[in-house]
Ligand binder design. Sequence first.
Ligand SMILES: Cc1ncc(COP(=O)(O)O)c(C=O)c1O
Length: 449
Amino acid sequence: MKELEMTGSKDIFQKCASFEEANRVRQLGVYPYFRSIEETKGNEVICNGQTKIMIGSNNYLGLAQDPRVIEAACEAARKYGSGCTGSRFLNGNIQLHEQLEAELAEFLQKEAVLLFSTGFFVNQGVLATLLEDGDAILCDRENHASILDGCKQSAAKTIPFAHNSAEALRRRLERLPETAGKLLIVDGVFSMSGDIVDLPAMTKVAKEYGCRIYVDEAHALGVLGPRGEGTVHHFGMNQDVDLVMGTFSKSLGSMGGFIAGPEYVVDYLKHKARCFMFTASLAPAVAGGVLKALQILKKEPELMEGLWKNTRKMHKGFKELGFQIGTTQTPIVPIVIGSEVKAFMFAQKLFEAGIFATPAVFPAVRYGEAIIRTSYMSTHTDQELDYVLETFARLGRELGVFEEAAYTGGTKKNGYDFSSNNAEIIKNLRKSSGDAASESAASGTPIPR
Ligand SMILES: Cc1ncc(COP(=O)(O)O)c(C=O)c1O
């Protein structure tokens, strides 16, 4: 802009103008993000008029499509309107919010629960509000981005430690002043690797050093624990954990999140957490749908049984085919590809074959360890899952995933990535997978029903 140049000011848009990575991927025809979904039908989505089996959601129990949940959401909207148009603090506190908090507290066996408009806000709001200058947050290196952002927003010092290592945690704690306020924060289930946190070992160390404990149950709610209460209940350690957060954007099929813990802490957050106070409350349809989903989860253990049956099938199936799936113990199954280019190409070819899954690349995973992040639902059929395995096997062979050791264990960098131009590599990958046909493949392969 002329005027700006004349002032000599730095243009804050310059970085956007020179941002090339996304366009490079688009030009190569393998851009895997923001795929437009025209309709969702159970385990399938329609994109460009074609049906794709969804193995890239966090809808573990299929409740986002449950007619009872949808009806409860509609009923809440009819009763209260399409939105609350304000914060809980002021005009946006409806009875449904309070009922959902009470039922969640009872389910999780915690004194009190506070709802937030997203799970991201929970982690940001709670960390920024509870931790002060001079305090320390002990943070697993693979914790979710919302936790990392919450750490940044708080005045406390963030101390990362090696993933899932109680020994690394101990070494960090040993160096801290005894009197400092301390919080250990971990994901219960890690969102990319699918690992379960080693809560017994972590808790033992944390307690020795007077550390409060906070577990993010985003991917564990509806997945782990006797009734789907999460990791903390899976290990029978509810008494040992001070705060538990969860989101409604996964097993409970909607959006929003919560923090659960002692009444006096929750009451403090209610009056101090800016992410809670200065944003509109959960829309009635969301609260109504989530409440129904929670009630179904409690009453229908067969949902979790189905999820675990499918999870076991996919762990076994991928391992037998020779794929590396890291250390997952849950329905999140990362298929390690290694190079970013190959992962993007793999995802594109999956899509062309009628399967919806997205790659995850740095910084969501370590550099050189790109994955296809797959995740399974209780509602997937054997036929759908067999087709997924067959297709992965075929593409793994065609794209040379088995020959080229993908997993680098964080040491060897195995990445051609999109910071450079990979047109040639993509062309060769397409060729090696017999892809004169790739254009016609894009018009859709029939998938089994
Ligand atoms: C571990 C973890 N925590 C928190 C969040 C944020 O949840 P929400 O989608 O409700 O903002 C996510 C979302 O992906 C997550 O994976």
